[in-house]
Design a protein around this ligand. Structure first.
Ligand code: ADP
Ligand code: MG
Length: 691
């Protein structure tokens, strides 16, 4: 037999007790190939199979663990032998218990009179004695042990695959822990563990499977979640170092007073949140470490003005700036705003549309390369290879969650090196998620809303009330307000029971007769879209029937009414984005959901939306309602084996702090006491990158 290095966790499972070629194959289906995989195959839950009772102690209320001597057994065949019933009689003193199994004739060989059985199941009173049907069992030739892998303790219940029983997997893991616990190496220095009050990893792995009690399970859980989060935070922190590599050319030196003059020239006074964000950004840009900052602010908090100040500063300092947005509608709006804000200060701004003529495009390419344009605004078109800058100093991505990581990185590196980089988002991200997904970024929160905004009231109506909802809408238009009607689909074909934008448009022509309304959706030509948007902004179109193209960023302060058709089709975060389109002016606004939603999940979602105003609260609720998994999918990809972002935010904070401290002290992980951490990290990254 091959000698095993007792140090290692990568022993193949076939060398473990109880695993033959058959089991090896089955375990492989679960991706359990090594001792380590087995140790990290965490139970879904535990069953409390203690205390071990005698028959006289049976209560018969719930599942119980009972031990007694087998007295006799019998096999009955019913229905012309088609049904076999095995019965055993157990006794202690005057108390008796029957156990019954159907279709398991081999049990006659197992339940031998004189042996002892431990049973786990629910007992039912049948006349004068108790009966258990199909309990889990263990048989002992002498008196039963007080405690085994399967009873007399908190017993793990695992995720399984076909052909594998709880009992056999439990035994394999139990034996593996008994025999190879010493192979588990502690990689956190003793001192660090003490400071973080974490148990050692070998205790953790034992107790996560077979906990002595609730409290030690919790300690084990905390440790293992910590480990998982810690290595993630280590990756994030080290990436951050890389991005921040010194780049002396990036130092911005224009006097700040110029930017202050600019912000004072705006038609409004910046909110405190905006001022703070601008201050954070400018001081980043004055250093030689490229900025990597996320500006988070609820819809309507005024992020565009913040971006404008940053772009102005890059231009003042002799650089170019780029601003990328996810949709044409939004990009054009940003372009118009920047023109309004920056052109009076002598900044030349260009717009790069996906659909622009080749001629227009190449003119812009040329001007960017030569430096004639100081700022360019656009959609994904900015990412094209032909887009080259003379001297890009600042790249800004608006509504950044609409872009993939690669797209963001492409813009960041447009100048061939890391420029200053600013991401903006109105999708509030729960703190834990932010720490995880954007842990390599600094974050500025634009708190608060500009002064003088009315409130937005949210209501939910059933479809049968649509007529009155639309007449309310009509009344708002009569008063001089404007309205959005948002639908989940463009055409009817795709989903049953869902009104499409075109259907709603037809209907609205009747409901809102006498008023100019228009249809807007993503399949329209971009020229057409911008014409409609412009007319809506100017107020010649009063109601806009649209798909979610208006979801992000669109700013029309006079819009005071929003109807969301088939609201159940939208997620919480998306609903919140949509609602952010109203409430931007002085008067009060309304957001009306139309939905016949009946499923508990939808009702809960819509109700919590109606109740909640704050985007951050919405994001937290979203995380809880949909589970962290979904939230992560929405924000990027992350999968945890044991940790749960919704639940374990405190551990995440602790892990981040520990990882940051380690990187600060020893970024190369070169110190001997960090050797095992380094090794484990390398192994993790290898495993992740291999198919
Ligand atoms: P968002 O953060 O959602 O991107 P915008 O930048 O589109 O918000 O700003 C929303 C609206 O608020 C715009 O009309 C903008 O001109 C206006 N605005 C921005 N800052 C202020 C302010 N400090 N006071 C008043 N209005 C402001
Ligand atoms: Mg915006």
């Amino acid at each position: 037999m091959q000698t095993l290095k007792t140090q290692e966790l990568d022993i193949p499972v076939r060398y473990l007790k109880g695993v033959g070629p058959e089991k090896e194959k089955i375990l492989k289906k679960l991706d359990i190939l090594s001792l380590e995989d087995l140790f990290f195959w965490f139970p879904r839950r535990h069953e409390n199979r203690q205390p071990l009772k005698s028959i006289s102690q049976i209560e018969g209320l719930d599942k119980e663990c009972v031990s007694a001597k087998i007295e006799s057994r019998s096999m009955l065949r019913l229905g012309h032998g088609r049904l076999s019933v095995f019965k055993a009689l157990l006794r202690d003193g005057r108390n008796t218990l029957f156990v019954v199994y159907y279709h398991q004739t081999y049990l006659a060989q197992v339940f031998k009179p004189g042996a002892y059985a431990v049973l786990y199941g629910k007992a039912e009173k049948k006349g004068r004695h108790f009966e258990m049907i199909h309990p889990e069992y263990e048989i002992f030739s002498g008196a039963a042990l007080e405690k085994t892998a399967h009873h007399g303790r908190l017993v793990p219940v695992y995720p399984l695959t076909e052909d594998l029983t709880q009992k056999s997997l439990r035994q394999i893991i139990f034996d593996a822990l008994e025999n190879h616990r010493e192979n588990i190496r502690e990689f956190l220095p003793e001192k660090a563990r003490r400071v973080l009050s974490l148990c050692d990893v070998s205790f953790a792995l034992t107790q996560i499977h077979f906990p002595d009690n609730e409290a030690s399970y919790q300690r084990a859980y905390n440790r293992l979640v910590f480990d998982e989060f810690f290595f993630l935070q280590l990756d994030i922190g080290l990436k951050r170092l890389q991005i921040r590599e010194n780049n002396p050319e990036m130092v911005h030196g224009a006097p700040l007073s110029e930017v202050m003059k600019f912000t004072e020239s705006l038609p409004f006074e910046l909110t405190e949140g905006q001022r703070n964000a601008v201050r954070d950004i400018l001081s980043d840009m004055q250093t030689s470490q490229p900025m990597n900052r996320l500006v988070q602010g609820d819809v309507g908090s005024g992020k565009t003005a913040v971006a404008a100040a940053a772009l102005y500063y890059t231009v003042l300092s002799g650089f170019q700036g780029a601003l990328m947005a996810p949709t044409e509608v939004l990009a054009q709006q940003l372009y118009l705003n920047l023109i309004r804000f920056l052109e009076p200060n002598g900044v030349r701004i260009g717009y790069l549309a996906q659909e622009a003529s080749a001629q227009d495009k190449s003119r812009i390419y040329q001007e960017l390369a030569l430096g004639g344009l100081s700022v360019v605004v656009g959609t994904h078109a900015l990412l094209e290879e032909k887009v080259k800058f003379k001297n890009l100093g600042l790249a800004v991505v608006d509504e950044q969650h609409k872009f993939g990581v690669l797209q963001r990185e492409t813009l960041r590196k447009k100048s061939g090196k890391n420029s200053h980089f600013l991401l903006m988002t109105a999708t509030p991200i729960p703190q834990t998620l932010a720490m995880t997904l954007y842990g390599d970024m600094d974050v500025s929160v634009v708190a608060g809303r500009p002064k003088g905004r009315g409130i937005v009231q949210t209501l939910w109506f059933q479809n049968q009330e649509r007529r009155s909802v639309y007449s309310w809408c009509k009344k708002i238009l009569e008063e001089g307000g404007q309205a959005f009607v948002v639908c989940p689909l463009v055409d009817a074909k795709t989903m049953r029971g869902v009104k499409s934008a075109s259907q709603v448009y037809e209907e609205a022509q009747e409901f809102l007769s006498g008023f100019k309304i228009a249809l807007l959706h993503g399949k329209m030509k971009s020229q057409e879209k911008s014409r409609v948007m412009r007319q809506f902004k100017e107020g010649s179109i009063l109601a806009l029937i649209s798909t979610v193209v208006v979801e992000v960023g669109v700013d029309v302060p006079n819009a005071r009414f929003m109807i969301i058709e088939n609201a159940e089709k939208f997620g919480l975060a998306q609903l919140h984005q949509l609602r952010g389109r109203v409430g931007r002016g002085a008067g009060d606004s309304h957001c009306v959901l139309l939905s016949d939603a009946a499923s508990q999940e939808s009702v809960q979602r819509l109700e919590s939306f109606v109740e909640t105003e704050s985007g951050f609260e919405i994001a937290e609720k979203d995380l809880v309602l949909r589970g962290a998994g979904d939230g992560q999918k929405q924000h990027g990809f992350l999968k945890f084996k044991i940790g749960d972002l919704a639940k374990d935010s405190e551990i995440m904070k602790k892990a981040k702090k520990a990882a940051d401290a380690l990187i600060e002290k020893d970024p190369q992980l070169a110190a001997p006491e960090h050797g095992l951490i380094k090794e484990k990290r390398q192994k993790r990254n290898q495993d992740r990158n291999s198919p």
